[in-house]
Write a protein that binds this ligand. Structure first.
Ligand code: GLY
Ligand code: MN
Ligand code: MN
Length: 436
């Protein structure tokens, strides 16, 4: 199916969903705005602009201030902001595959976009321009609206999966180039540029800032520097994605050279198998919390097998908090227009939330992985001094092999992350199709 048809079906799904929402909330229509650019403090410069995610769910038009009016049974109305400007290029409206799905009007005056929007009708607004919306007599903060908008994001349409495929294709090219740069001795900055060039992306296009960590820095889960002075790393952890029409991929690979300690290379090989095993364990409607518990079990067994944890069975290693020290983040999260996408804890369209999993209260995703959802599976093992020191100083110290841990500490850690589409028959590992 071509992109045009995929997009038309995507909009049809949103139309049906929105008509139901409007009926439930006794509303006549819905306005979503792209939003206004921000400013750095007391500066005349803007941080990169990112449009309202719910606007983006409907419309791939880039830029700020556009408005979308959705009325049941009508073609959605797109009010495009097209100012006269010779300082910047105003991206012209190019209908492409999606344009004719909207009734399009263009405006050069920002305020005129809002004219007559709410008058005499019950039209709800969702977006960052609350003041303008109230002036336009739109209803802001309608109870139950945001939950329903988020709910419509949970199950991805085939169009959204197609966007993720394209975002994955770009990121995979970046990852391959990054690995080459690493093996040629590149610095974190070299590796970053190699990724960006191959992914044909600018910083503002990325779904999140690249995490490119050589050696010990891999122990910072969201390491943000790009050191240029360190070359010839023995370990690279790269967590980097790319975007397509607002949808981002979120991919992590860890590589080690032959100069890395043998124990680390062996651990990395087994983590790769472990991650694949967790992906294979996904069944439609499995609870993410249960998969997370399984990850802790597998990681406990791995650490025992590799003699990092001593004289202890897997359950005890979990109960004593050892696996939490080596794997302190969640196994995965919803993926979509946000890298940590909405509705990971939402149980129904009205907004009932799953109570936190008492075993792991910080998990971002606690709901069943129902067919149609898109998640990451990203187990890790890290050597984080801040988390290991308390164990070293405790009575349980004898259960960890400190000589080995100290040898592995300069390697930082391992994370392997793929993006998984759950469907009725099982799972599709989209990442591995492009980055085996
Ligand atoms: N890249 C952020 C994450 O993996 O959640
Ligand atoms: Mn992730
Ligand atoms: Mn990631």
């Amino acid at each position: 199916m071509g992109l045009r048809e995929l997009f038309q079906n995507h909009l049809q799904t949103l139309q049906t969903e929105t008509a139901k929402t409007l009926a439930e909330l006794n509303l006549d229509g819905l306005v979503l705005s792209a939003g206004a650019p921000g400013w750095y403090f007391e500066d005349d410069q803007n941080p990169p602009f990112r449009s309202n995610h719910h606007f983006r769910h409907w419309c791939p038009m880039e830029g700020c201030h556009h408005l979308l009016l959705v009325m049941p049974g009508e073609k959605p109305q797109l009010r495009l902001y097209q100012p006269a400007d010779f300082w910047h290029e105003v991206k012209a409206f190019e209908p492409d595959f999606w344009g004719d799905s909207f009734k399009v009007q263009t405006f050069t005056d920002e305020d005129k976009l809002w004219d007559h929007l709410g008058e005499g009708r019950r039209i709800a607004y969702h977006g960052p321009e609350q003041e303008k919306a109230r002036k336009a007599q739109l209803l802001t903060d309608v109870p139950g609206l945001l939950a329903r908008l988020n709910w419509a994001r949970l199950v991805k349409t085939p169009y959204e999966i197609q966007c993720l495929l394209e975002a994955t294709r770009k990121a995979a090219a970046g990852h391959k180039a990054a690995e080459r740069s690493f093996r040629q001795g590149g610095s974190e900055l070299d590796i970053h540029f190699a990724f960006m060039q191959a992914a044909r992306s600018q910083e503002q296009d990325l779904p999140y800032e690249n995490i490119i960590a050589l050696n010990e820095k891999a122990a910072y889960l969201h390491y943000q520097a790009k050191r240029d002075e360190v070359h010839n790393g023995k370990v690279l952890l790269i967590d980097a994605g790319a975007s397509s029409r607002g949808y981002g991929s979120d991919i992590t690979r860890t590589y080690a050279t032959e100069d890395a300690p043998e124990e680390f290379q062996a651990l990395l090989a087994d983590m790769t198998t472990l991650q694949a095993g967790l992906v294979a364990a996904i069944t439609p409607n499995v609870m993410m919390g249960d998969l997370h518990v399984l990850a802790h079990q597998k990681i406990a067994e791995l650490l025992i097998r590799h003699k990092i944890i001593l004289d202890c069975d897997a359950q005890k290693a979990i109960d004593l908090g050892f696996t939490m020290a080596f794997f302190p983040h969640g196994l995965g999260h919803m993926l979509g227009l946000f890298v940590h996408d909405v509705a990971g804890k939402q149980l129904d369209r009205e907004g009932a939330m799953a109570s936190p999993d008492p075993r792991f209260p910080k998990l971002r995703t606690t709901r069943p992985l129902q067919p149609g959802t898109l998640v990451t599976i990203e187990p890790g093992v890290y050597f984080i001094k801040m988390l290991l020191d308390p164990i070293r100083q405790s009575a349980n110290s004898r259960n960890l092999n400190w000589a080995l841990i100290d040898r592995l500490m300069p390697c930082g850690g391992i994370r392997i992350e793929d993006n998984i589409h759950i469907h009725d028959q099982g799972v599709r590992n989209i990442t591995r199709e492009f980055l085996p």
